[in-house]
Ligand binder design. Sequence first.
Ligand code: GLA
Length: 382
Amino acid sequence: MSAAIIKEVKTAFIQKFKKEPLLVFSPGRINIIGEHTDYNGGFVFPAAVDKGIAAAVEKSNTGSCTAIALNLDSTVEFELDKLRPSKEGSWENYVFGVVAEIQNRNKIIGDFNIIFKGNIPGGAGMSSSAALENSVVFGLNELFNLGLTKTEMILISQKAEHNYVGVKCGIMDQYASMFGVKNNALLLDCKTIEAIPFEIDFKDHELMLINTNVKHSLSDSAYNDRRSACESIAELLNIETLREATEEDLEGIIDKVTPENYQKGLYVIQEIERTQKAAKAIKENDLEKLGALIYSSHNGLQHQYKVSCDELDFLVDQAKKNKHVLGARMMGGGFGGCTINLIAKSESKAFADSASKAYKNKFNTPCSVYFVALSEGTHLVK
Ligand code: GLA
């Protein structure tokens, strides 16, 4: 599936720059459970998928750099010593941000050209942005022999997002995209940035994504607001992150926080616990239990953390009405994007059809259904 975009960026590169490029594929991710816990030092449970970004990159000898986003048919030229963030929302900030963060680490890179294309729809909540950042840092590391470890690379990608894109994201997306393992999900401890791979074979059940195809504006500022709310609670508790907190600790400062923030803190503490329970359920092959945890994750995201939206809630409600769906929830930052559904394989087609029809009826716009294969992380394509 991704072979097609790899071929496209290669052909486009040779046509434009008359050179064989280095080819990198960097995947997007799903997340089984553990949402908005990464920047709280908690656990997440993502997996890299077989959709993502293909990038063709090579050195340039023209005295400047060119980056081309094939999907958007958009080209930018830039000089390495004159980098600054472009206007908010521009795709080139992902590229510029990575370059700037590499330079901040006193690593020397030369001019380069890059052409990339993705097959994850933007706004799907599947981290096309982390996939892009990782493809750039991975390609440049290879091209200029920077000697960066994968962990250094994902920290660079994350900083690019903080400083150039303006989203104070956690480490989940970059980690999953870089370190993905075929057929596995990763129980990632975001405090130590270390993960345990779990082979995912749900036998007669599978994971299915339904994209609302909406991304509500202000989602970035809402994201940053959630993060600062969590940080302010942690500060009141005199701890580094909410990972260190218990429900009793939170109870102890109930008069010092607004009821809204109390719920947000509670959600985070509970979601970190749910994620660990989900790992246990997967190990024990207890899919009913896993499904129930996934539903309560959504419940928390909707009512306590308040990062869901009508479209996502509608799709989760559709799932709840179907006994073959063991669990469903919004996935990623929220305010749009996909739901992830744990469903009986024999029923997934029927549910996809009925949920799509109901969605179209309700919102007068289509949703999209995806099945993904869990795949290896960012890599060179030979
Ligand atoms: C976005 C961020 C991640 C994570 C999720 C929510 O995808 O990039 O770091 O916080 O939202 O779990």
